[in-house]
Design a protein. Structure first.
Length: 284
């Protein structure tokens, strides 16, 4: 269990999953050769950014709001900082593989990612982080992850206009809806700490049960989009695998309880993203 907690709480697991998700893009976009440095960049950037979010002002979090992931990070943060430095150094080494346009179109995602944790939005009483905007957390996370794992490999190979074609936007919406559906449960996980922090999320504002209904509805919408696209291109095997992932997702959401462990949410819902990516890599 200690090893599992280390892999999960160090954000290695989520970085690996996003790497798989980015890799799957090369499978679903016909004729796009795999670029190793793009896939590696997603891992390096994800690991560094997710740990930045976790470490930023972690010492200022009240004891009552600390979860298992925070306590683990407080114990092991020094080694994570070293790992982040190595990732950033490696990212700088492979940076010359990109054109200036590639870097320009990565800047918006980087700015949103940093602003998710650092206050940048002025209000009457204080500066808000993007995550402080009511009901916005899962939308921001899903949007950025979709952009980095789908749009980034595409515009790196072609140009930014390519992501606005009908076929690419169909893929964008499909992936965004799926990620949104499996991100909402994490707001349900954090309902108590978010309430203590005064955050207005789907779970704290609309209620635990209503947030569960939204997640279930999102999964239904996703499988409709997913299966329709695959039936049109006659990829029935992947459609069937998608239905199995959908059933697992429904079961995972239905089984959510307020006392579920943090590991449950990570293994189940980040695991669903991994299954989704692996299914596309194998059968796409």
């Amino acid at each position: 269990m200690a090893l599992i907690r280390g892999v999960v709480y160090s954000n290695f697991f989520v970085a690996l999953i996003l790497t798989l998700l980015a890799s799957s893009t090369y499978t679903i976009v016909a004729g796009m050769p795999i670029k190793w440095y793009v896939i590696l960049s997603v891992f390096l950037g994800s690991f560094a950014l997710y740990n930045f979010h976790r470490l930023y002002k972690i010492d200022h979090i009240p004891e009552i709001q600390l979860g298992d992931r925070h306590r683990w990070m407080l114990r092991c943060g020094k080694w994570i900082k070293y790992s982040m430095a190595i990732c950033i150094f490696a990212a700088m080494i492979i940076l010359p593989n990109y054109t200036a346009n590639d870097i320009v179109w990565l800047v918006p995602a980087a700015m949103v990612s940093v602003s998710y944790t650092i206050p940048v939005v002025p209000t009457d009483s204080k500066w808000w982080r993007l995550r402080d905007i009511p009901l916005a957390k899962p939308l921001i996370i899903s949007l950025v992850v979709t952009y980095l794992t789908l749009c980034f490999p595409i515009f790196e190979q072609y140009d930014i206009h390519e992501i606005f074609t009908r076929s690419r936007m169909t893929l964008f919406i499909e992936r965004f809806v799926f990620l949104l559906s499996v991100t909402i449960p994490f707001e349900m996980r954090d309902i108590k700490s978010d309430q203590d922090a005064g955050l207005s999320t789907l779970a704290t504002y609309l209620g635990f049960d209503f947030a569960k209904k939204i997640a279930l509805s999102g999964l239904v919408l996703w499988i409709g989009l997913f299966v329709t696209r695959l039936v049109l291109i006659e990829n029935y095997l992947l459609a069937i695998v998608g239905v199995l992932i959908f059933i697992l997702g429904l079961f995972g959401v239905v089984q959510i309880r307020k006392n579920r462990s943090e590991l449950y949410f990570v293994i189940v819902f980040e695991g669903l993203i991994a299954l989704y990516a692996i299914a596309i890599l194998l059968f796409g």
